[in-house]
Design a protein around this ligand. Structure first.
Ligand SMILES: Cc1cc2nc3c(=O)[nH]c(=O)nc-3n(C[C@H](O)[C@H](O)[C@H](O)COP(=O)(O)OP(=O)(O)OC[C@H]3O[C@@H](n4cnc5c(N)ncnc54)[C@H](O)[C@@H]3O)c2cc1C
Length: 371
């Protein structure tokens, strides 16, 4: 491992992708004393991590694999401190809102309660007054008072600023189009404009990570199966007090931001790398939102957008060193839960690369897993 301050300008770690996973991985390396650079094909933090809702809990976590719960719970332990530190160090508030989550319909309520009990996540039967503004037919509704959301675009800005203050190098508008190997090592990356000699590379390219492997490292035996899954969102220009907490109903949800704006999400679409929004999804999300919260009818839709989630089997990311290339690792494939799983994912990756005792068992996230 090359971690000393040498005279060369080659960073100790070069990260491809400046979404939440690349940024937090860089922060872990920098906190460990390593010189780190992030290369992105565009401006840092504009893809899936920007587009997401920022709910710090998977939808129905009791229906997810154990490997997801492990990353989520470890991340939830560190998020409050991380967000407070970022705010203090940058003056940019990521707007952590522990406003709670109401889950209106729970056909598997016993399983939900058992999961919450096992993992010490507070969970109560919801009270009738919580439905005052809502139009729905609840089915064993559950109230999770400690669940938070974060304003992810602001979190990304704050992280970028923090890393910049700590000396991270950023290369923006530099899509990596070539990865040069010598034996079992990466010697350099290249964009159309620049060559980047490297010591160690971390691929954190979100939904593009599978494509990067297929196109730039086609001879490798181990290629992660990561495919883009489009998600669309709507933002309502509502006033504060319109909704006090997050609401999850079926496959959709509402998230009230601190300034009163309300997000309605989201779609799950397989449309390659096409990020176009559609009027069909707008109508579906709008019908969901106005039906559930009729007071929203008085407010305009301020914006509609789409992001590409890094889809993987069961939503389990690839985290760790590549089995064939000595100085290549990956932190990608977080599908629907990349924001909530990011702190633990970054920690685990850096533990594994630096040879520290891993914060979690690494097996579920390895390249050699069954799928
Ligand atoms: C609508 C929607 C709602 C969501 N809601 C939530 C939620 O509430 N909670 C939650 O936890 N998660 C949520 N997610 C999922 C979450 O957003 C993602 O899992 C997470 O953002 C993935 O982060 P990432 O850093 O891996 O990828 P990204 O944020 O996509 O970052 C990847 C980066 O790699 C760069 N890149 C790609 N290819 C190259 C290349 N060749 N060269 C250089 N750079 C490259 C990209 O430009 C990009 O900046 C949601 C996602 C969507 C779309």
């Amino acid at each position: 491992m090359h971690m000393t301050a040498s005279m060369t300008t080659i960073p100790d770690f070069t990260i491809v992708g400046g979404g939440i996973n690349g940024l937090l991985t860089a922060r872990e390396f920098i906190n460990a004393g390593a010189r780190t650079a992030i290369i992105d094909k565009q401006v840092i933090g504009q893809e899936s991590s920007w587009a997401g809702g920022g709910i710090l809990l998977p939808l129905y976590p009791w229906r997810q694999a154990e490997a997801i719960s492990a990353l989520v719970l470890e991340s939830l332990r560190s998020y409050p401190h991380l967000l407070a530190a970022l705010y203090a160090q940058t003056g940019l508030d990521p707007q952590w809102q522990p406003c709670g989550l109401l889950v209106t319909k729970n056909p598997d309520a016993a399983r939900a309660r058992a999961w919450c009990k096992q993992h010490q996540v507070a969970c109560f039967p919801a009270e009738p007054k919580q439905f005052n503004n809502l139009q729905t037919e609840p089915e064993t509704p559950l109230w999770l008072p400690d669940i938070a959301h974060v304003r992810n675009p602001r979190l990304l800005k704050s992280l970028k600023q923090d890393l910049s203050q700590k000396g991270c190098q950023f290369y923006q508008h530099q899509p990596i189009t070539k990865i040069s190997l010598k034996g079992n090592r990466v010697v350099s990356l290249a964009s159309h404009e620049q060559v980047f000699p490297v010591h160690h590379v971390v691929l954190a390219g979100g939904a593009w990570t599978g494509q990067i492997f297929q196109e730039l490292l086609p001879t490798l035996g181990h290629i992660p199966k990561i495919t883009p899954v489009k998600g669309q969102m709507l933002l309502y220009e509502a006033q504060p007090e319109t909704l006090a907490f997050m609401v999850l109903e079926g496959g959709h949800y509402l998230i009230p931001r601190r300034d009163g704006k309300i997000l309605a999400g989201s779609s799950v679409e397989f449309d390659g790398f096409n990020k176009a929004t559609s009027s069909t999804v707008l109508d579906t999300l709008n019908a969901f939102a106005l039906n559930l919260l009729p007071t929203l009818k008085g407010y305009p839709i301020a914006r509609q957008w789409a992001g590409l989630r890094p889809g993987t089997a069961e939503g389990i990311p690839y985290i760790g060193p590549h089995p064939e290339i000595a100085n290549l690792s990956v932190n990608a494939g977080h599908f629907r839960n990349g924001l909530v799983m990011a702190p633990a994912s970054a920690r685990l990756l850096v533990d594994l690369v630096l040879g520290r005792p891993p914060c979690l068992a690494e097996e579920p996230y390895q390249f050699t897993r069954p799928h």
